[in-house]
Design a protein around this ligand. Sequence first.
Ligand SMILES: NC(=O)C1=CN([C@@H]2O[C@H](COP(=O)(O)OP(=O)(O)OC[C@H]3O[C@@H](n4cnc5c(N)ncnc54)[C@H](O)[C@@H]3O)[C@@H](O)[C@H]2O)C=CC1
Ligand SMILES: CC(=O)C(=O)O
Length: 365
Amino acid sequence: MIVGVPREIKRDEYRVAMLPVGVDELVRAGHQVLFEAGAGLGSGITDAEYQEQGARIVPTAADVFGQAELIVKVKEPLPQEWPLIRPGQALFTYFHFAASRELTDAMLASGATCLAYETLRDPQGRLPLLTPMSEVAGRMSIQEGAKYLEKPQMGRGILLAGVPGVAPAHITILGGGIVGANAAKIAAGFQADIAILDVNMDRLRYLDDIMPPNVNVLYSDRHTIRAQLKLADLVIGAVLIPGARAPKLVTRQDLKVMKPGSVIIDVAIDQGGCIETSRPTTHSDPTYMDEDVLHYCVTNMPGAVGRTSTFALCNVTLPWVMQLAERGIDDACQELPPLATAVNIRRGQVTYRAVAETFGLPFAN
Ligand SMILES: NC(=O)C1=CN([C@@H]2O[C@H](COP(=O)(O)OP(=O)(O)OC[C@H]3O[C@@H](n4cnc5c(N)ncnc54)[C@H](O)[C@@H]3O)[C@@H](O)[C@H]2O)C=CC1
Ligand SMILES: CC(=O)C(=O)O
């Protein structure tokens, strides 16, 4: 199979979808790998390093899309890339379809098979291709929150840890999954005062067992969320209903009870965001003020720490790329149930129920 890796063109996206070891494995198995020139540079990997493993470097994205049967990417294709996608081609990347009707329509029209990293489920029900980036974003959310709570960044002027005689910051984390647990772990190290809210009681019991005493776990309902918003200096949005648009747990009206200059990091923005006032931002222009609350809603947080994130992502994607190349796209998806759960769109039809329901589109099983 010809596998292609284009350069990521999203703003401030420094990840690349394959490491030199991935090229080595594919070439050893008899496949060809095409790389767009410079694709790895944001993560500190040169064309020569890929070439040494047998990759063919081509000058443009059009060369990659024009020849490859399987495109392996990091972020969703952007409008400039849409015309390059061919019917029958397969794309393996983050899509987050529920956040964008335009992207969904474009991929339906393309005739391609779209395998989304974020919905691939393993036999234990976990999301192994989302997990490493959620670990990165969860950990990053606290360092970004700490920065934006500083007064020159428009925050309240609060130090997460406090000092002897002055209370630490209160951090409310909506959703206690991978992002939430990683955010709590880092925030706990800062000695902040933390509450994690979730609707999954088993998860809350588990977090209660493993977290230090400055982390409390609470059941997530309207009243508890509102009570927390009054206390919070920093809110982390970390809920997920896989494949679906994120539920809006906080309305514009709710923000009125928050302290002026408090900060929201809505990590769930890639699925539309869990705060009514959230809208996507970029690393170059990450924040805006609404209702006196500073919002940070960057849709590719791990892109800023591209080198760490590239290694973390490629460690988990490569085995699935190998399966797709070895078995062929359709056979791999029929024979391996986790790959079937990644297929969101196939040849003009929506094949992921939550995406179909989000947009009222027909669902094809
Ligand atoms: N902005 C970015 O760059 C990145 C965003 N993400 C996103 O972060 C979000 C969270 O991801 P993960 O932690 O991996 O998901 P996860 O599935 O591990 O955790 C989500 C949690 O939300 C909980 N939840 C669902 N409904 C809830 C409600 N009403 N109230 C409270 N909790 C609720 C679930 O029970 C679950 O524990 C996803 O949208 C993911 O795509 C992940 C990585 C990077
Ligand atoms: C999960 C995701 O959207 C990202 O890592 O950018």
